[in-house]
Design a protein around this ligand. Structure first.
Ligand code: NIG
Ligand code: FE
Length: 390
């Protein structure tokens, strides 16, 4: 199989702490050998092995592809008017999800797939090489089934967000909705998904309802992840830890006990500052979580309601400026942290054996991602060794 050497890399982030500098394992004046879609060798360019083909990075930085562990790409419609109203003082409420449910149900599978692929292309062009995709805008068995099928056509990381918000036909009958999820929706959709998710929040689902959905998903072979503590203090974090969920996402309103629970568990806290930015919500207490020893992932949460961005670089800039994360912590969380949140070992780092997902930046080092907010710095992207952007 042909080998390719990326060489003359100014500064290479590997996330392999056994290499050179710090937890990001930064190697200066580096090279990476790619063989069969995987990283075959990493080190200083001056010591690089021979390869069939060589790519000159001309001193630019190279980082692992971003691992986005939280997106809602299967939907139809537009909520820009709702966004505009929020920016003029209207509060965000989970109920806004219902307008997307109506439009998603009315769309064809082809339309949903085309929209999801378009957004996935945006993610890839801005450096994300692994993207989890949730359902959650169908909220009946037929429409959720279509949603997970569309998602499965786009990614290996499919999440059944069975209980996002009770649809209008179940208004005032939330327990009946949950029962339908357990009896019909999970059995029908589980074959197309790896994950079960629930929105445990005031205005969405209670602790008991959320536990029932997650347990039924786990019994059907799905692994748990939870939307929790986004808009209010609540039970989401504790429930996620209790059920050994891979991740609790948003994690904005946290008690000291929530922070302790996360610090003493394997559940990752996934911060999604794009959602807080676009809802004028508070930002998650990332510094408190990091200082307590919790593991953080950083995602963009692309969805039509709270965060219509696919740009992880934008979220890195927010994390550094407004969540008091260092540029190194933000980059680690958007790569290795995302991989932890998806329980993946093959992505999120550039160790030997990892999938060759690389992003070359139009910058000498990764600090520029936060230092140059709003500037498109992604020069070229490779996924499994194939150039997919730039
Ligand atoms: O991740 N929190 C719940 N779900 C989405 C928002 C859904 C919507 O408003 O359409 C989120 O923020
Ligand atoms: Fe979400």
């Amino acid at each position: 199989m042909a080998s390719t050497l990326l060489t003359n890399i100014g500064s290479l982030v590997t996330n392999d702490p056994s290499l050179e500098r710090g937890p990001l394992g930064i190697v200066e004046r580096a090279a990476v050998l790619v063989e069969d879609g995987a990283v075959a060798w990493v080190g200083q360019a001056s010591a690089a092995p021979a390869a069939d083909k060589s790519i000159d990075c001309e001193g630019r930085a190279v980082i692992p592809g971003f691992v986005e562990s939280h997106s809602h790409l299967v939907f139809a419609g537009d909520r820009s008017e709702e966004f505009s109203a929020r920016m003029q003082g209207k509060a965000y409420e989970a109920g806004g999800i219902r307008s997307t449910i109506e439009q998603t149900r009315a769309a064809s599978s082809g339309e949903l797939a085309a929209n999801a692929r378009k957004l996935l292309g945006e993610y890839q062009r801005s450096g994300s090489t692994t993207v989890e995709i949730k359902s959650g805008y169908g909220q009946n068995t037929e429409s959720e089934l279509r949603s997970v099928q569309v998602a499965a056509g786009c990614t290996d990381e499919v999440t059944l967000l069975a209980a996002h918000v009770a649809p209008p036909e179940y208004a005032g009958r939330q327990d009946d909705y949950v029962q339908m999820v357990l009896d019909e929706m999970i059995p029908a959709c589980a074959p197309y998904a790896s994950w079960i998710d629930v929105f445990c929040e005031k205005g969405a689902f209670s602790e008991e309802q959320s536990r029932a959905v997650l347990l039924a998903g786990q019994a059907a072979g799905l692994k748990a992840r939870v939307h929790g503590n986004q808009l209010t203090y609540g039970a989401g974090v504790q429930l996620a830890v209790e059920l050994d969920a891979a991740s609790v996402d948003h994690a904005v309103y946290l008690s000291d006990a929530d922070v302790d629970a996360l610090a003493n568990s394997t559940t990752v806290a996934t911060v999604l500052p794009g959602a807080d930015f676009s809802t004028r919500n508070s930002y998650p207490p990332a510094r408190r979580l990091l200082d307590a020893g919790a593991t953080l992932a950083l995602g963009a949460d692309c969805n039509p309601g709270t965060s219509f961005t696919t740009s992880i670089p934008f979220c890195i800039a927010l994390a550094v400026r407004d969540l008091a994360m260092s540029p190194d912590e933000a980059l680690w969380s958007a790569t290795a942290g995302g991989a932890r949140a998806l329980q993946r070992e093959d992505v999120g780092s550039l160790r030997v054996g990892a999938r060759a997902d690389l992003v070359e930046l139009a910058a000498p080092n990764h600090l520029h991602l936060a230092y140059r907010p709003g500037v498109s710095l992604v020069h070229r992207v490779w996924k499994a060794g194939e150039q997919v952007a730039g």
